[in-house]
Design a protein around this ligand. Structure first.
Ligand code: BV8
Ligand code: ZN
Length: 242
């Protein structure tokens, strides 16, 4: 278990990946039967793939967007809401996920560093729209102001993730850095655990398997986040005497 106990003055940064949404029924990328087994990353998650075959990319993201109306946050997501309620402004949730489930669960201090399936942007004039405002019947949804081809507002390989400066600042000030449900293979996201460790944070991992950057983890809890995170959070915020 864990001897860690947070107090409300502790600064805690949490970084999540696809694993925290797995128990909600959303496929991860690199597990068996993962997304990258049935799609070529290059074709569907790079700017080059989009410019050479935008229809294929839209098919891939429309499928994932359609699934969002059928999925709910799981106990792992709700445990992070409880943690934010305890830590208030000392809590920061950075997610690599684009499924919006942390927001749906009730977290508010969220940085979606790889963007979100809920928004689209124009590949020509950069106007932003909600995905729900777009006519998804169209094979290639178009921008209302310049008729350019719209694209999902997600960060593809080779593109710079959102809010890196802010995430770095929060990470360097963190007392605790917790990584949950991520394989730790994608950079710069996987770098923040290392940055936290270099700045004397105590690092905690909650994952089904050992992530790639596990040697930067001080305390590792192997398991499914939906089943082990709720009791860990209760212990960390001392709601459950040891
Ligand atoms: C960048 C959004 C420059 C879209 C994603 C060559 C050319 C260009 C770049 C590179 C290159 N070589 C390397 C790079 C860098 C590249 C990279 O890291 N590649 C890797 C693959 C080697 N990174 C980039 O291109 C990034 N941009 O470098 O720009 C730059 C950067 C900084 C400053 C200046 C310039 C952009 C990366 C973002 C790409 N977009 N997604 C979409 O979602 O469709 S990445 C995609 O993979 C996801 O977003 C996710 O964030 C990411 C990581 O996946 P995970 O979340 O970790 O999921 P995964 O399936 O891998 O693992 C799941 C884990 O959960 C497993 O460990 C499993 O055991 C565990 N698990 C499963 N179930 C559970 C569980 N754990 C707990 N409970 C469970 N129930
Ligand atoms: Zn436009």
């Amino acid at each position: 278990m864990t001897d860690i106990r947070f107090n409300p003055n502790h600064k805690v940064v949490v970084l999540t990946g696809a694993g925290i949404s797995a128990e909600s029924g959303i496929k991860t990328f690199r597990d068996n039967n993962g997304l990258w087994e049935s799609h070529n990353v290059y074709d569907v998650a790079t700017p080059e793939g989009f410019s050479s075959n935008p229809r294929l990319v839209w098919q891939f993201y429309k499928q994932r967007y359609a699934q969002l109306s059928q999925v709910e946050p799981n106990a792992g997501h709700y445990a992070l809401v409880e943690l934010e309620h305890f830590l208030k402004k000392n809590f920061c949730l950075v997610t690599q996920n684009i499924d919006g489930l942390h927001k749906k669960a009730g977290n508010t201090e969220i940085i979606e560093m790889h963007g979100t399936l809920k928004k689209v942007l124009c590949s020509k004039c950069n106007s932003k729209y909600k995905m729900s405002e777009v006519n998804l019947e169209e094979e290639l949804p178009r921008c209302l102001s310049c008729n350019g081809i719209l694209r999902p507002d997600v960060v593809w390989f080779g593109e710079v993730p959102y809010k890196l400066e802010l995430i770095s600042r929060k990470t360097m000030m963190a007392d605790f850095f917790i990584v949950i449900g991520t394989s730790g293979v994608v950079y710069p996201a996987a770098h923040f655990l290392i940055l936290a460790k270099q700045n004397n944070a105590y690092t905690i991992g909650v994952n089904k398997d050992l992530p790639d950057n596990y040697h930067f983890i001080d305390e590792f809890h192997k398991g499914l986040s939906g089943s082990i995170l709720p009791s860990l959070v209760k212990k960390w915020i001392n709601h459950e005497q040891s």
